[in-house]
Design a protein around this ligand. Sequence first.
Ligand code: ACO
Length: 363
Amino acid sequence: MKNGLEDVVAAETQLSHVDGEAGQLIIRGVSLDHLAGHASYEDVVALLFGGLLGQAYDRAELARRLGEMRAEVFAHVGAVDGPLLELPPVDIMRALIARLPDGDDLDTALRLLAAPAVFLPAALRLKLGEAPVAPKPALSHSADILAMLGDRMPSKQEVAALDAYLVTISDHGLNASTFASRVVASTKAGLTSSVLAAIGALKGPLHGGAPGPVLDMLEAIGTAENAEAWLLDALDHGERLMGFGHRVYRVRDPRADALKGALKRLTTADPASHHRIQLAEAVEQSALAILKARKPDRPLDVNVEFYTALLLDALSFPREAFTGVFAIGRTVGWIAHAREQALEGRLIRPRSLYVGPLPQQAA
Ligand code: ACO
């Protein structure tokens, strides 16, 4: 029995590879370095879906159908009632996705990509007492998400930054939510069921629920001069430094650099944001030195959440929405893995080791 299934290989995949020793992420044969900042979200959807959903389609047709699906699913926003509005944004998003039909075809897949992108901005606006903004199908996916969030046309730089984020987190090996998606797919349930299971796994604080605390930490530290004393104090109180460490990576998480680059391209002109990045870099340097001294046998480096927090904050997503934005980006990976599992895998049904009492022997 391997607690947490650590190092257990439970699937073969052609979708992505996480090399924890080299600090490299490969998505369908392409290194993340060549994708983030270069490819759009639609490019990565075409890359990950290719060959898994029946018909061949070109990039332009895929973008057009995705836009139509955003317009189609917007009708479900009207189902949000008072009790639902009390829930966190990611739970409202999940409840609306549960209204969608199950299936395993391309239309179901595109509807599931459109759904979180439409439902999360709508939920955030409804919670503020504002009217949801209808999708504009002709926009790119990232541009439309930002337009629905802020009720204004986003700048090219903002669209590029969200594209870089969604591409960077599109797929990442057999993480907990992707495994949940594959388990459901292995029973031949439909893609909607797989995505709902994956969202349930993602929202926990040990997986996709972590980036908000990074912002809390940076705000609490406040200035670069304060970083070392604050971090040492946190460790002395038994706390973990948010945005550092990973189960698989033993070196720097390559997604952190991809997001840091996107953040710098977004905020070059804004002095306040520039100051924030300088603070983050100072905290990062200080934390790495302290962790190296405190845990010499355990390589602990920066992970994806550190710069995720700053990037999504700079794009005006409130911190309670960060997990939902993660779901918007990861849904393409969940669907691709579910299709791969359904097409090539067997029912996932491991065994457990019984450690309970035995029945009393009859006298
Ligand atoms: N700060 C301080 N110490 C740490 C940190 C950290 N961020 N991460 C690990 N350690 C220490 C642990 O205290 C432990 O030390 P010990 O053996 O002396 O008790 C040792 O390193 C190993 O810790 P594990 O929890 O066994 O390592 P694991 O690889 O399972 O944990 C995790 C990975 C959960 C990400 C961890 O590094 C952590 O809690 N990081 C902070 C939270 C965070 O940034 N989460 C986002 C991760 S990215 C993602 O999931 C998308």
